[in-house]
Design a protein around this ligand. Structure first.
Ligand code: R5P
Length: 311
């Protein structure tokens, strides 16, 4: 692989990529792109579930970039990320950056019911408290979630790389892009614009107490025989995509594909999506799985270089 950073001498001396357990492959690729040292964090899990984290001293490095996606087990991966950042600060590294491709808890960005905790605001405080200078994430659930951070956060869009994958690898018949809800319109619009396709939005609602999702089956457009690309930030239980797919099929759509940045696919989500008629799932490698088809390493590396050069 040819590193994307040409004058890599200084980067080499100044930067350590710290690979968290949840993102070891992605971290390896980023270190190759940047042609920098890769330091795998040593993680031990005790019988009671506690994590013990060891990181070798990134001697005289100006930047430590901790890479750890926060997918299930979410709280464990979160705490390990904080421990790694904390340790880099103990070593007096001047600039500790966190690359958190999937940032969990971003859906808890406001209190829908009075008694709810705004957890992403707490997460923001925790990253700040351990000395994170900057945070890089990918397709955070909402821009409102970002407003809880006081440190600089770069939110990278994975839409261009997902669109590139679809245009290269999937043959479609009269394709149309679908946003499963109004919250995802901008994302779906960006995707549709790149691929020069039309876009429609479904009417989704969620019961705030039970969490149950429902989607209005009455559509404003005729989608008969059209292949559909549902674009969302994430798939967790699969409930939203299943309901969307059933509504689309009821309207006699062609094949239905699920495109997302983060495919958590908890429990039997994969089987549920297949049973509902989803043709394929296309996601990024923010979470390793058979569906991690669009590689984030290049776009994240470019972002790191930009941050360092403008620092
Ligand atoms: C909701 O607003 C999000 O954008 C996703 O559509 C949702 O969180 C996915 O969750 P699930 O797969 O459990 O429906």
């Amino acid at each position: 692989m040819v590193p994307i950073h040409e004058s890599n001498d200084s980067l080499n001396k100044e930067v350590s990529i710290i690979a968290g357990l949840s993102s070891s492959h992605l971290a390896e690729e980023i270190a190759k792109h940047l042609d920098t040292e890769l330091v795998p964090a040593e993680i031990h899990i005790f019988p009671d579930g506690e994590s013990k984290v060891k990181i070798k001293n990134p001697d005289k490095k100006k930047y430590c970039i901790v890479i750890q996606s926060i997918y299930p087990p979410i709280d464990r991966h979160l705490l390990q990320a904080l421990m790694m950042i904390n340790k880099c600060n103990d070593y007096h590294v001047a600039n500790v950056y966190a690359v958190i491709p999937y940032l969990a808890y971003a859906r808890q960005d406001r209190a829908f019911l009075e008694e709810e905790v705004i957890t992403i605001a707490l997460i923001a405080k925790l990253f700040e408290a351990v000395g994170t200078k900057r945070l890089i994430t990918v397709d955070i659930h909402s821009s409102f979630a970002l407003s809880h951070f006081t440190i600089d956060v770069q939110n990278i869009s994975s839409i261009p790389i997902l669109a590139r994958y679809v245009s290269k690898k999937i043959k479609l018949n009269k394709p149309i892009v679908v946003s499963p809800d109004t919250g995802g319109i901008e994302r779906a619009q960006e995707f549709a614009k790149i691929l020069k396709m039309d876009m429609i939005v479904l009417k989704k609602s969620r019961d705030r107490k039970t969490g149950e999702v429902s989607i209005d089956e009455k559509l404003d457009s005729n989608i008969e025989g059209k292949d559909v690309l549902i674009v969302d930030d994430m798939i967790s239980t699969g409930e939203s995509i299943v309901k969307a797919c059933l509504a689309l099929k009821k309207n006699k759509s062609g094949k239905v594909y699920a495109i997302c940045a983060h495919a958590l696919l908890v429990g039997d989500a994969k089987q549920k999506l297949k049973a509902a008629g989803i043709q394929d799932i296309i996601a990024t490698n923010s979470i390793p799985s058979e569906f991690a088809k669009a590689d984030l390493s290049h776009i994240i590396s470019e972002n790191i270089i930009n941050l360092i050069q403008t620092c």
